[in-house]
Design a protein around this ligand. Structure first.
Ligand code: DGJ
Length: 743
């Protein structure tokens, strides 16, 4: 049983082979946090970890006891104002105006299941005894309100998930101003905080900073999880790197506003918090009402960042993603966006589809522009019926012709948005989020539909269903191209406005839930101007996400590398696009573009009819390669080898290893060709030391131990005088794939 309760010492110990988490019911009946880290042996009593000494000048809870000060005690779900002056996990305003709270232990349950979260995405369990859950109920007697803190530990993974459920069983009208999903007090601050930060087209760059006194935080108040900060942080020890050292990962299963922060007090204790951002959040907790927080997934690693990432990858692939495509290799697609933008008609689309089918592509995705009067980004959003000027024979006909070419048909939607120039807006201007008497800011000329209003969702649902059925759609790209502003819902009373941003996200989830239930065979890819909603919440509904609008292979090295900190290869949309690249005008070889895109859900995003025969021949080879190895690439064990964020960032390398360790694929990428460099060896990971691998390109055989300890000889003509002739691939923006096969 990985969760025990020691009655005498009132201590809970959650543990498995790898991780321990210890909670104690304190003298004041609140919950104390004793330990989170590498697994330690269980014992009846861990009270010595409490460390309570006389504290001069501290605010203390008990008369004649100057040791019990909440300012100094590590807690599980702290409240403000009774000694603890730091940031609080929960804030409730009561009818008398007070915010003082006292949640004390009431009862607990330990059971072998992971309950679903009401209307929210979350990791799940499938097999018996795979998880154990501890639900601790705390009650504030004065307001007769309870909090249930839920902890689930996975039996065979260093994973503990957390969420909180709050219920008002009293008579007062309460207002919940803040409800974190996780609060965790750590006894020291010797950590580096790692975050994934960026902007449109440069999402999820790895950034690190040393923890300092005060608050360090990342957040989103954009209405989506955002490309600026991903809902994830890791705390790593100073000596931790990719393959060694202690790392604590915190990932938030949510797609809207969030806060992830670490507060270091002046005694060097660190308080980690993660949850819905309290700004713009105000939940009316009337009598008998409740609130469920989203989930935080904590991963512990004592083998560096790679192990943390592999744990997230495995968990999210197998116990977050759902549905038919969960463990299925993903279809190779062509998407017409960068190939045509809005400028297409049926003939052009069919011509691309025909070539796609000849090259071995499996899915054609018709992107933005097929509906309403959508000839540019000023019009049409909201009108989810076919644009007959472009596609006079309708979607059904187009889709059938594409199916007849042997391709599946996919369609783009942006369900949450509307243009003013649309039939939908003309008939329902009140369905837009807009504050009375205030300016209504646009983003990409579009406005946000009020997804906190179920009528809006129902309307969009019906329109989508019609198109999906007509078009025999196998794949949906669900886009979302702006952040929210002037948020206010005309379907809500003034006192309910603080609920709108969260209810919006619940609305998005409910539409996803309805569509994925009704169309279980459709593969969904989420997207938000590229990767502005690349988060675990989305993965619960859509197994893959469009990683970034930046399709340049060199830019993608950083983006895909950073994304891989949390998200598996099977979730990262990655396409080969045209050169000069549309975002940065860079010219890279077709090889390098594919060598980067292989490490994702592979596809092409260009007008295939603009390619010459030689390029088409290469694409056939690429597709053949990907078809043979995509299962391993997308679902094998992924290792980062060289970071584009280290040093001058000139080299990146990563690899995947098949589950049976018999096959491995290594991607090596070098941005600039440097002259007369030292010889290079790339030390590999995850191989079987006793297997002898044939290494392509080297065309030689090596044991796994040699490849991991000595390294793969990766030198080339840059080491010394270059007698080669430039052939378009061997200069700058160079890359190579090594295929390793055990003999
Ligand atoms: C943003 C997406 O990220 C692109 O791939 C494309 O679908 C455009 N939107 C279409 O408007």
């Amino acid at each position: 049983m990985p969760i025990v309760f020691h009655e005498k010492s009132k201590t809970f110990h959650l543990y498995n082979q790898e991780v321990s988490y210890i909670i104690k019911i304190l003298k004041n009946n609140q919950l104390g946090q004793l330990y989170y880290g590498k697994a330690i042996k269980d014992r009846e009593n861990f009270d010595h970890l409490l460390e309570m000494y006389h504290r001069p000048m501290a605010v203390c809870s008990f008369e004649n006891d100057s040791t019990f000060s909440l300012e100094h005690i590590k807690q599980e779900y702290p409240v403000y104002g009774s000694g603890d002056m730091r940031q609080m996990a929960i804030d409730i305003i009561q009818e008398n105006g007070s915010r003082i709270l006292n949640f004390t232990y009431h009862s607990h349950l330990i059971f072998n299941q992971k309950p679903k979260l009401e209307n929210l995405p979350a990791t799940y369990s499938e097999e018996e005894n795979e998880v154990t859950t501890l639900s601790i109920t705390l009650v504030d007697q004065v307001i007769n309100t309870k909090i249930v803190l839920n902890y689930t530990i996975y039996e065979n993974m260093p994973v503990i998930t957390r969420n909180a459920y709050i219920e008002n069983n009293g008579q007062q009208k309460l207002v919940l101003n803040r409800a974190m999903s996780l609060s965790l007090d750590l006894p020291d601050s010797d950590y580096i905080m790692l975050e994934l930060t960026g902007a449109w087209s440069r999402e999820r760059y790895v950034k690190e900073r040393k923890l300092e006194h005060g608050i360090q935080s990342i957040y989103s108040l954009r209405g989506c999880s955002s490309s600026n900060f991903n809902p994830f942080i890791a705390l790593k020890r100073k000596n931790a790197d990719e393959f060694s050292g202690e790392v604590l990962g915190f990932s938030f299963v949510y797609s809207g506003n969030f806060l992830a922060q670490v507060e270091v007090d002046t005694y060097n204790c660190s308080r980690v918090m993660m949850g819905i951002h309290p700004h713009c959040f105000k939940w009316n907790l009337d009598p008998n009402m409740h609130f469920q927080t989203p989930e935080v997934v904590m991963v512990y690693s004592d083998q560096g960042l790679n192990k943390m990432s592999q744990t997230y990858h495995y968990l999210y692939q197998n116990r977050l993603v759902r549905g038919k495509y969960r463990n299925l290799a993903r279809p190779i697609l062509v998407n017409n966006w960068e190939g045509t933008y809005f400028d297409f008609d049926e003939e052009k689309i069919l011509a691309i589809a025909k070539t796609a089918s000849e090259l071995g592509i499996e899915l054609f995705v018709l992107d933005d522009g097929w509906f309403g009067k959508r000839n540019n980004d000023h019009t049409g959003l909201g009108d989810w019926y076919v644009n007959l000027d472009k596609l006079p024979n309708g979607i059904a006909n187009l889709s059938k012709k594409i199916n007849d070419l042997g391709l599946k048909f996919g369609l783009w939607f942006e369900p949450e948005m509307v243009n003013k120039d649309s039939d939908l807006y003309r008939s329902h201007p009140e369905w837009v989020l807009a504050t009375p008497k205030r300016n209504m800011s646009h983003g990409r000329n579009q406005y946000v539909l009020d997804f906190s209003n179920p009528d809006v969702i129902e309307y969009i649902y019906q329109m989508m269903v019609k198109m999906i059925e007509q078009g025999n759609v196998s794949y949906i790209k669900w886009d979302m191209n702006r952040c929210m502003s002037e948020v206010y819902s005309s379907s809500h009373q003034s006192y309910q406005q603080g609920q709108v941003m969260h209810e919006y996200i619940l609305g998005v989830y409910s539409l996803y839930e309805h569509l994925t239930k009704r169309f279980p065979d459709i593969l969904f890819e989420s997207c938000a101007s590229g990767g502005a909603r690349f988060d675990p919440g989305m993965l619960y509904y859509a197994p893959q996400t469009w990683t970034s609008d930046d399709t340049d292979a060199i830019e993608r090295l950083k983006i895909q590398y950073g994304t891989s900190l949390v998200y598996p290869v099977s979730s990262m949309g990655a396409h080969v696009s045209a050169i000069p690249n549309h975002q940065v005008f860079r010219n890279t070889s077709l090889e390098t573009r594919a060598n980067v895109a292989y490490f994702g859900t592979f596809g092409y995003e260009l007008d295939l009819n603009k390619l010459n025969d030689d390029e088409k021949k290469k694409i056939v080879e690429q597709i053949t390669f990907m078809k043979e190895y995509r299962e391993i690439i997308q679902f094998g064990t992924f290792y980062r080898l060289l970071s584009p964020f280290d040093g001058n960032g000139n080299e990146t390398a990563w690899m995947v290893v098949s589950k049976d360790q018999k096959t491995a694929i290594v991607g090596y990428y070098r941005i600039l060709l440097e002259v007369n460099q030292g010889y290079r060896r790339l030390r590999l990971q995850g191989l079987n030391p006793d297997y002898c691998y044939h290494v392509s390109r080297l065309e030689s055989d090596h044991f796994g131990d040699e490849l991991m300890n000595v390294g793969l000889i990766n030198s080339d003509h840059s080491c010394g005088e270059n007698h080669e002739v430039y052939d378009g691939t061997n200069g700058d923006y160079y890359s190579k794939i090594y295929l390793l096969k055990a003999k």
